[in-house]
Ligand binder design. Structure first.
Ligand code: PA5
Length: 552
């Protein structure tokens, strides 16, 4: 029996239609779903306008949903002529007879998957919720439709300013599958053989991994592998303390640098490599070093070739701050014991959901438009807000993503980040009553990974028995609701709320892709190239001159 695989173009029969997609069955017994977003590139109000139960359809296989083993299908991925082939016997290779029997067994088989599909599909549809009811503005989204359409085409066709760096847009589908499996194997090796992984990188070569690992493991994880970050600072105190800590640890290194010449990373790697070689010897050290860099160029690549380190690639067409789904992010994330398959699945579902110009359903672009509108209406700062300290590194990742992508040519929102309620006791005053320069974007997780109940106290001297039996998540939620109301209604600070049901690899993957896509749209709305960062070179030149580097 031949099973269909990714990119096959196949014919099946529509066996069911739900408001989120159409189920298809094939003559080899495989089943699949055409998600509503894969029906047509136009806005689909009613799926039955496109396919009917019992009808044969020609579809493209986008991939296999591994958990439930159903095919993810697309109708829109085929052009009109290809779709018509089923109806035109002259150009269509006659299909084998489709064996859809009415037997109870076949139905049971389909039925057994149905609940899972529905749950999964609903999860995909509701992965990220964007609430724009507190933006204190009446935005005419429709007025952006032409611009959004043009930009979306530019992103999808990989044209427009900086288009050489649009590889990330389709990476959740195009990623190197062989490398992905190798990463999982190497991560297992690291987890089983070391106490600490030193992730050595800076900027886009470190922030995504750190954001994901903190968000998914929390800040006091008891996982067997500790992750330490190096190469993101010149601080002698920080670096010396890390080196001293590592002396008595069994550690591996993942050095990450696209250019291979970033000074912070190169200095730190030289130091930590020397420490490792002294501890275990040069030969053994080679087996403890994993490098992520350009596939052919740069000083680090040359070192990898000479030393024979296990090497992963940051593709040419993906820049640092858009690289979290490449080995740059995924290898350390996998080493941290996290599910990178689910993560890239989340990114994939986000890609499928947001790669269109349908302004009724595309919340990612609505968010980008809202940012643009507020910027053009005198807001200078977007403050990313979380209520979880473990998400504060997502704030750092967002600051780099939006700051480096948009802050050019005298334009762009300044991205800041805060963690509430902690920062309500410091910056809260300014946000509530200070100058009206900002809006807030709250990143909310509906259900915390862990929760804790407030106990009873017989004396109640702290007066907290009114909260007895309540959870901290309940209190945190009320703090959020109270703050939102205070900032919006009294402070007149517009608020956007972006929420996920829970913080797991799948939702995080979806969320990070959502922000990258929104960022590209936002920058193009400002007529800025989102993928370069000419401004960061200025300080480097001065620093190199002062350090006496040749040629500066
Ligand atoms: O987004 C970017 O391009 C930067 O933040 C880089 O990722 C950062 O400077 C590190 O560069 P490299 O990977 O070349 O060491």
């Amino acid at each position: 029996m031949m099973f269909y695989k990714e990119n096959d173009i196949v014919i099946g029969k529509v066996t069911g239609i739900q408001n989120y997609g159409a189920f298809v069955m094939f003559d080899n017994g495989q089943t699949g779903l055409i998600h509503i977003s894969e029906i047509s590139s136009k806005f689909v109000k009613n799926i039955e306008d496109y396919v009917k139960i019992g009808e044969k359809v020609r579809v493209k296989v986008l991939g296999i949903e591994e958990k439930n083993n159903y095919l993810k299908l697309s109708l829109k991925a085929l052009n009109d002529r290809e779709r018509q082939k089923i109806k035109n016997p002259l150009i269509f290779n006659k299909p084998k007879r489709i064996k859809i029997s009415n037997s109870e067994d076949d139905f049971k088989k389909l039925r057994s998957h149905l609940d899972k599909w529905i749950t999964k599909s609903l999860e995909e549809q509701n992965m990220i919720k964007v609430d724009l009811t507190n933006i204190i503005s009446d935005i005419n989204f429709e007025s952006y439709s032409e611009k959004v359409k043009t930009i979306n085409n530019m992103i999808n066709n990989k044209s427009g300013a900086g288009s050489d760096f649009l590889g990330w847009t389709t990476w959740p589908k195009d990623y190197d599958k062989e490398e992905f499996e190798r990463m999982i194997k190497c991560a297992e090796y690291v987890r089983n053989n070391f106490e600490v992984l030193v992730v050595c990188g800076i900027g886009g070569s470190y922030l995504g991994a750190r954001a994901a690992i903190d968000a998914l493991r929390g800040l006091y994880s008891d996982d067997k592998l500790e992750i330490i970050y190096l190469g993101q600072t010149f601080s002698p105190l920080y670096v010396a303390q890390v080196m001293s800590y590592l002396k008595n640890k069994k550690f591996a290194i993942n050095v990450i640098s696209k250019s291979g010449t970033t000074t912070e990373t190169s200095i730190a790697f030289r130091l930590v490599k020397e420490l490792l070689e002294k501890k275990v010897g040069k030969d053994e050290a080679r087996k403890c070093i994993f490098a992520t860099t350009d596939k052919a160029r740069g000083a680090l690549k040359e070192l990898c070739n000479t030393e024979g380190y296990e090497t992963f690639v940051l593709p040419d067409d993906i820049g640092g701050r858009y690289s979290v789904f490449t080995a740059v992010g995924l290898f350390p994330i996998a080493c941290a014991g996290l599910d990178i398959k689910e993560m890239i699945q989340g990114a994939y579902d986000s890609m499928v959901k947001y790669d269109n110009d349908d302004l009724i359903n595309n919340d990612c672009y609505k968010y980008a438009i809202t940012r643009d509108y507020l910027y053009r209406h005198n807001k200078a700062v977007e403050l990313f807000v979380t209520y979880e300290p473990s998400l504060s590194q997502i704030g750092e990742w967002l600051k780099q993503l939006f700051g480096e992508s948009e802050g050019k040519e005298g334009k762009g929102l300044f991205p800041g980040s805060v963690t509430f309620s902690t920062d309500l006791h410091s910056l809260g005053q300014f946000i509530q009553e200070g100058s009206h320069i900002m809006f807030e974007t709250i990143i909310k997780v509906d259900n915390p990974t862990l929760d804790i109940e407030i106990p009873h106290d017989d004396d109640d001297l702290d007066g907290l028995n009114y909260l007895e039996g309540k959870t901290l998540s309940f209190v945190n939620e009320k703090a959020m609701q109270g703050t939102l109301k205070a900032h919006v209604e009294v402070g007149k600070v517009p608020n956007i709320v972006i929420s996920v049901e829970k913080m797991d690899s799948y939702h995080l993957g979806g969320l990070l892709y959502f922000f990258m896509r929104a960022c590209a749209m936002s920058a193009y709305l400002l007529e800025i190239n989102p993928f370069n960062q000419p401004g960061v070179e200025v300080y480097k030149k001065n620093m190199f001159h002062l350090l006496g580097k040749k040629g500066y």
